[in-house]
Structures are given as C-alpha cells and as structure tokens.
Ligand binder design. Structure first.
Ligand code: ZN
Length: 331
C-alpha cells in the first residue's frame, strides 16, 4: 500500500490517466461525491500524477509514490501543491483567502512547472468568494491547476462548473473496501465485517467509525431515534435528531443520522417480509423490535417520510424544520 494506492477507483484512475497522457489537463477539475468516498485522496493522487518524476505504467499511468515530488505531496509539504485553509466558525474559504490565492497564482512555482491549488469541500464557499476566484479559474496563468472537491455541485457557481471537468467519485465495491482494511492491517476482522455492514464501500466513513473504536455519535443518535419511535416518544425522537443550529455542518450531520435511521427502518421492513433478513443497518436488534410492533405498510410509510426529509435537506431546508416536519409525519 503506497501513499497513492486507490481502492475501487478504477474508473477515476483511468480518466485521470487519460487527462495526464493527453498533455492537455483541464485547468480545473472538480471531484464530486458523498462524504467519505475519497475525493481528497483522489485529488492528491491527481496532483502527484501531474508532477511525478517517473509515473508508473502506461494505461493507466499512476504516480510512483517514491520520487521527491510524490513524497512531498503525500506528506502535504509540497511548496507547489497548495491547500488553502478554511477559517471561522463556519469553516469557509473567505474572500481574503480567495484574493490571496488569485494573487499567488501569478507567482512562479518553486520546484515544478505547475502550481496546483486543492480546495477540499469547496461547497463551503459563498457565491461572492467563488466569484473572486472565477477570473483565474477562467484564464489561469500558465501551469496553474485548480482541483476542487464537493459533495454537491449545485452549490458551485455555474460559471465555475462550466469551466471545469467534473469527475464523479463513488464508494468502492464492498470487496475493495474489505481489501483496503486488510491491507491496512490495523483493525480486527470482526470489527471490519461489522463496519462493512454499515458503511459498505464508503472507506472514509468506515475508517472513521473503526478509529473511534466502533463508536459513532451519528449511529447513537439514529439508535435513539429508532428507540423513541418504538416507544412512541415524540419528545425523545426530536431530541435525538435536534441539531441546535443550521449550518453546512449541522445539515451534513443530520443527513448522516437520517441516512442511518433510514437503514434501520429499511431493515425493519425486510424483517416484516422475510425470515432471512440481510441487515444493512447498525442496529439489527432495533429493526427487529420495530418489525414486531409495526406493520410493513406503516414502516414503509415511515421510510418514505425519511426519504422526503433527506430530499428537503438537499434543498437546504432548515434542519429544525426538517426534523419538525418528519416528527409530525411519523407521530
Ligand atoms: Zn513520483
């Protein structure tokens, strides 16, 4: 496993390899996908591929992982691969940062013929700030390359989107995620199996879960919501899902909790319908209890309410409103 080993990313690797080999890399590349699928890992891989001193293989070609450039990219210390930082309470790229980057892009690179800016989670940027970057993204100085990662391209200026090539990053196949954890050789097999059941091919989310000793606040909240549904306690249900604020982060958090809760309900529906349920949620016991109490039809209706709530979240509806509407729907 070298620093640029990618798991379950064959499609992306092929695309990037073709960009590199064509000799005409787009000025801006956007890696889009849900949180945990490895967008930033892919972004760094691409940066390394662009400046690697001895790329390996032909089609696809990959960064070697060993040359001076690759090693510095992997260690996040390459002077020509710049990751601007997000600041403030809501962790955004500020206008000052954008102005600095725009000015910096005209300064020659230090050690390569490229200057690469990687903006992780670029959706955390207001439109005004994005506008400040637009000019250099449209017509960057020679050798300047922008790489963005986003969970939602709808939050990116259409003018930036149209100047960039968007590459979708998907979760790995579960077998690839399993291979990743095997190669990492850091966790017990039983824990890995449990993690794969919950997070499937989402290696980043799975890794976070394992690193927390298989403890996840999100899972606890989904479990609490499920228990509150079982006991018919609307107050506890609200409490389990309540975010307390409405920011990009709290919306993302609520999305995770609701997605996990949705899996529990899905399992409950399956338990109602078959004796041999294949569980995908982190709370099979809870799913079984719900299945014993509610009809498949009622559970399916709850599932639909959850899908609606998740949709509302993707349209930036306030978290408190989403939770209130969901509770009203369910109880
Ligand atoms: Zn290299």
């Amino acid at each position: 496993m070298n620093s640029f080993s990618l798991y379950g990313k064959a499609d992306v690797v092929k695309k990037l390899s073709m960009m590199k080999k064509s000799g005409r890399t787009p000025h801006a590349v956007i890696f889009s996908g849900e949180s945990g699928v490895g967008k930033l890992t892919v972004a760094k891989y691409f940066a390394a591929l662009l400046i690697c001193e001895s790329p390996q293989g032909d089609t696809p070609c990959a960064p070697c992982g060993n040359c001076r450039q690759c090693r510095r990219v992997a260690a996040d210390i390459h002077p020509d691969v710049i990751t601007p930082s997000r600041t403030g309470k809501s962790q955004i790229y500020t206008r000052d940062t954008m102005r600095d980057i725009a000015a910096d892009s005209f300064i020659k690179p230090n050690d390569t013929d490229r200057k690469i800016y990687i903006f992780p989670d670029f959706e955390n940027t207001d439109i005004g700030s994005q506008n400040l970057l637009l000019k250099v993204v449209e017509e960057p100085p020679g050798g300047v390359q922008f790489i963005f990662t986003v969970t939602d391209t709808a939050k990116i200026l259409p003018t930036i989107l149209s100047r960039a090539v968007t590459v979708n990053v998907f979760p790995a196949a579960e077998s690839e995620a399993e291979r990743f954890f095997e190669d990492l050789a850091k966790f017990e097999k039983a824990d890995v199996i449990k993690t794969l059941q919950v997070f499937h091919g989402n290696i980043g989310e799975g890794l976070k879960y394992l690193e927390n000793g298989c403890h996840s606040e999100d899972i606890n909240r989904a479990v609490k919501a499920s228990d509150a549904l079982f006991s018919g306690n609307e107050y506890d249900f609200n409490l389990a899902l309540f975010e307390g604020s409405d920011t990009v982060e709290s919306r993302a958090k609520l999305r995770k909790v609701l997605t996990l809760f949705e899996k529990i309900i899905r399992d409950a529906v399956i338990v109602c319908e078959t004796d041999n349920a294949d569980f995908i949620s982190p709370y099979p016991e809870g799913a079984k209890r719900l299945a014993a109490k509610f009809s498949a039809r009622r559970l399916a209706a709850i599932y639909d309410s959850l899908t609606e709530a998740l949709n509302a979240l993707s349209y930036n509806t306030n978290t408190a409103l989403v939770v209130a509407a969901l509770a009203a729907d369910i109880f």
